[in-house]
Design a protein around this ligand. Structure first.
Ligand code: SF4
Ligand code: SF4
Length: 112
């Protein structure tokens, strides 16, 4: 998202609070977490064989309550903005969002 001209994230949290309860993760995400942040894997349900693994990340992995929000989103104290608790290790699907100005508009992201 950083390289989209005219886009600026407002940290509103919408993309992590709505529809982010279950995120699809990739083999590359899994390999990174195994190497650098194994605690993240506690919230990932793996499937597939090594080299072709995928996974689903979310609170429901532990049988937690259904929600729309990602397990890693956190509100800044005293202000209406949010941050990702695993930002340096966030999955590819989050790094790519939004993929374009049109994508941001289509998904009601206020960064445009
Ligand atoms: S919805 Fe857009 S502006 Fe809001 S946190 Fe997500 S990327 Fe940033
Ligand atoms: S991993 Fe981080 S960036 Fe991705 S949805 Fe969760 S809080 Fe948002």
């Amino acid at each position: 998202m950083d390289d989209i001209p005219g886009f600026r994230c407002t940290s509103c949290g919408t993309c992590c609070l709505e529809g982010a309860a279950r995120l699809q993760v990739t083999e590359d995400d899994i390999a990174l977490w195994q190497d650098q942040a194994p605690h993240i894997l506690e919230f990932v349900r793996l499937s597939g064989r090594k080299g072709q693994r995928t996974g689903e990340m979310g609170r429901s992995v532990h049988g937690g309550a259904e929600t729309t929000r990602c397990v890693w989103i956190k509100k800044f104290p005293g202000r209406d903005q949010y941050y990702c608790r695993i930002y340096p290790w966030r999955p590819r699907v989050c790094r790519r969002y939004p993929t374009s100005i049109e994508h941001a508009r289509f998904t009601d992201c206020p960064g445009v």
